[in-house]
Every structure is written in structure tokens, then in C-alpha cells.
Design a protein around this ligand. Structure first.
Ligand code: HEM
Ligand SMILES: *[C@@H]1O[C@H](CO)[C@@H](O)[C@H](O)[C@H]1NC(C)=O
Ligand SMILES: *[C@@H]1O[C@H](CO)[C@@H](O)[C@H](O)[C@H]1NC(C)=O
Length: 327
């Protein structure tokens, strides 16, 4: 009998310990309530300023969080600048055209001026992305905070760890699964391509001589391909600089237009079009195309989930003073 009590007391103790550990490791709402209550408002203000100057920055910010979270978790590592001894994630050839860094810098500078050393760069990204989605017509959501900033950013990890526009369904599903995201999450998050732009160079391989087949990608709608060919003429010296809007019918609005594109074989990348290559994912694409509100609410929830990938909490990592340099 008494043995039973000892065992159960020990078991309870272990459970409590685990719980404490788990609590410590979790993000929470209003994390800065007592330490920097105005942080979220400052971020929103800076995102609005940026958005009024250049609405395209909203898409840039949303993409930043994807890149941040997929490499070393959501730890602000995508913000770090290269140095003479290190090439950082943002300078990987696999991450062309990242933008929005100045928006984060401005918000960080204002936040540091009122509460120094408290708010992480990774959390600022998460707040700014929520605001960007809201400002472009998506659904807002509460951002859990408490992320700490990482101290490592390697271009090589972005080159090998990020998804590529040429990826097929199997590869994408695996890449998301590695981060604890389901195939359904992957289809839902890909809808971020309803805003923003792409460099021609990210998809011209589909237009002219698809993987050396001599013809264009047969899975691409002919009229859309002709349009893209006009926007991205082959072999002109400035090709590397040209950009084209994604979801051409409403490239600045977070709506379900992306799924209509994909449904009509107008996905910009293989990684978009491949979502119709299995019955299950094709069905999800159709559901979202037909029911935009369903996608908007699932997207908000999936962004919260993506924002939790591999976060540093408690005393791990640091609170960077300047989002571009480790302390
Ligand atoms: C599924 C795998 C994905 C692949 C292969 C992929 C690939 C790409 C590529 C190649 C571009 C264009 C870059 C350029 O040439 O300028 C792009 C842009 C973009 N991506 Fe993705 N992406 C993926 C998933 C995501 C996710 C999950 C999000 C966010 C939740 C996202 C958000 C964006 C946004 C908003 C843009 C436009 C950026 C801008 O206008 O500055 N992407 N993506
Ligand atoms: C086509 O080429 C792209 C870009 O080089 C690559 O990512 C993709 O896997 C290739 N697709 C096929 C079906 O070979
Ligand atoms: C997907 O791509 C991978 C790697 O590029 C390849 O090994 C695999 O055969 C492809 N799967 C399908 C179904 O095409």
C-alpha cells in the first residue's frame, strides 16, 4: 500500500516537472503585456506606414515568416545579414527577392526606444505578418509570442532546406511534415501565393524548354503561358530583374483567388500546380476555390501553427538588439 503511494507521488512529481517544462517552452498570448504593452501597436503602425508607401511589402513580410520558420524554426534567423565570415540565409540563391526587412528594422528601432531588450525580432515578424494579412483583406488572428532570437543563419541551410518552385507533391508534403505540418496545412499555406510577385527566373524553366523537353510545361494553361511569355521574354539581359504578379486577377488581396488559378491550371510554379496532382489535394483546392471564407479561416489557423515551428523560448537564444546582427 505505502509502496503504491510512493510510486504515485513520484509519478505525480514527474508529471508536474514535465508540465512546468512544457509551460516554459510555450508561446502565449499577450506575452509582452507587462513588459512592452505597446509593441504590437508599434508594429502595426509601421506595417501600415510601409503598406501605404508600397502595398507589395505586405506579401514580402508574409514570405519572410515562411522562410524564417522553415530554417531553424521561427527564430528571426532570416533577418540576419551576411558578414565577412558568414553568408546568411537571406543571401542563399534559393531565396531570391526577399523583401520587407526595413519594415522590421523600423518597428524594432521604435520598440527598442521604449522597452529595450525585451521584444524579439522573431515576434516582430510574427506580428507584422498578421497585420499584413489583415491589411490585404485576410482574416486577423491573435499572435502567440515569446519567441527568442537565434544566433545562427547559414545560406547553406536555406539552400538545402527550403522548398523549391520545381518541387512535386511528394517533396512538398515531406518538407512540411518535417516541420510538423500536415499535407492539408501545406495546401492551405500555399494560398499565401494569392498575393505578391515572383521573379521571372523562378518559373521561366516552365515556359520555353521545360526541363529540356523542347516544349513548355504541358500542365500549364496555354493562354496563361502565353501571357507569362510576354511578361518574361526569353534571353533578354534584364530577365533576372523582371517580376510578375502572382494571382493576376487580385495580386494585392488575400483572397482565395490562388485556388481558382491552380484549379484552372494557372499555378505559377510546379509547386503550386502540383496541388491538383492527387485527388485529395485537388479536392481541397476546389473546396477553397468555391468557399473563400473557409480558406481564410483555415489560413489564419495554419499561420498560427507555422509560427510555432521550432521556436526558442525561456532562456534559449537571445533578444537581438538589431535584427540584422547577433548580439
Ligand atoms: C510550398 C512551397 C513554397 C514554394 C516552393 C514557394 C516558392 C516561392 C517562390 C519561388 C516565390 C517567388 C520568389 C521570387 O522569385 O521573387 C515565392 C513568393 C512568395 N511566397 Fe512562396 N513558396 C512556398 C510556400 C509559401 C508559404 C507557405 C508562404 C507563406 C505562408 C509563402 C509566401 C510567399 C509570398 C507572400 C510570396 C510573394 C513575395 C513578394 O511578393 O515579395 N510561400 N514563393
Ligand atoms: C524540372 O526542373 C525543375 C527546375 O530545375 C526541377 O526543380 C524539377 O524537379 C524538374 N521537374 C521534373 C519533372 O523533372
Ligand atoms: C518527386 O520528386 C522527387 C525528387 O525530385 C522524385 O524522386 C520523385 O520521383 C517525384 N515523385 C513524383 C510522383 O513525380
Amino acid at each position: 500500500m505505502s509502496q503504491f503511494y510512493v510510486i504515485s507521488a513520484v509519478a505525480t512529481f514527474i508529471l508536474v516537472l514535465c508540465n512546468i517544462h512544457e509551460l516554459k517552452a510555450q508561446l502565449e498570448l499577450v506575452h509582452y503585456g507587462n513588459t512592452c504593452a505597446m509593441a504590437e501597436q508599434i508594429v502595426k503602425d509601421e506595417v501600415r506606414n510601409a503598406f501605404n508607401r508600397d502595398p507589395g511589402l505586405a506579401a514580402g513580410l508574409v514570405r519572410l515568416q515562411f522562410h524564417d520558420c522553415f530554417i531553424r524554426g521561427c527564430d528571426g534567423s532570416v533577418l540576419i545579414d551576411s558578414t565577412s565570415s558568414n553568408t546568411a540565409e537571406k543571401d542563399s540563391p534559393n531565396a531570391p527577392g526577399l523583401q520587407g526587412f526595413e519594415v522590421i528594422d523600423k518597428a524594432k528601432a521604435r520598440i527598442e526606444a521604449v522597452c529595450r531588450g525585451v521584444v524579439s525580432c522573431a515576434d516582430i515578424v510574427a506580428f507584422a505578418v498578421r497585420d499584413s494579412i489583415e491589411m490585404t483583406g485576410g482574416l486577423g488572428y491573435d499572435v502567440q509570442a515569446g519567441r527568442r532570437d537565434g544566433r545562427v543563419s547559414l545560406a547553406s541551410e536555406a539552400s538545402s532546406g527550403l522548398t523549391s518552385p520545381g518541387d512535386n507533391l511528394t517533396k512538398l508534403t515531406q518538407a512540411f511534415a518535417k516541420r510538423g505540418l500536415t499535407q492539408e496545412d501545406m495546401v492551405t499555406l500555399s494560398g499565401a501565393h494569392t498575393i505578391g510577385r515572383s521573379h521571372c527566373t523562378s518559373f521561366t524553366y516552365r515556359l520555353y524548354n521545360y526541363n529540356n523537353t523542347g516544349v513548355q510545361d504541358p500542365s500549364l494553361d496555354r493562354a496563361y503561358a502565353a501571357h507569362l511569355q510576354q511578361e518574361c521574354p526569353q534571353k533578354i539581359p534584364t530577365l533576372a530583374k523582371l517580376v510578375v504578379p502572382m494571382n493576376p486577377s487580385s495580386p494585392a488581396v488575400t483572397d482565395a483567388g490562388y485556388y481558382m488559378d491552380v484549379w484552372k491550371n494557372r499555378g505559377m510554379f510546379n509547386s503550386d500546380q502540383t496541388l491538383t496532382s492527387s485527388p485529395r489535394t485537388a479536392n481541397q483546392v476546389e473546396q477553397y476555390a468555391m468557399n473563400p471564407m473557409l480558406w481564410k479561416s483555415k489560413f489564419a489557423a495554419a499561420m498560427v501553427k507555422m509560427g510555432r515551428i521550432g521556436v526558442l523560448t525561456g532562456s534559449d537564444g537571445e533578444i537581438r538588439a538589431n535584427c540584422r546582427v547577433i548580439n
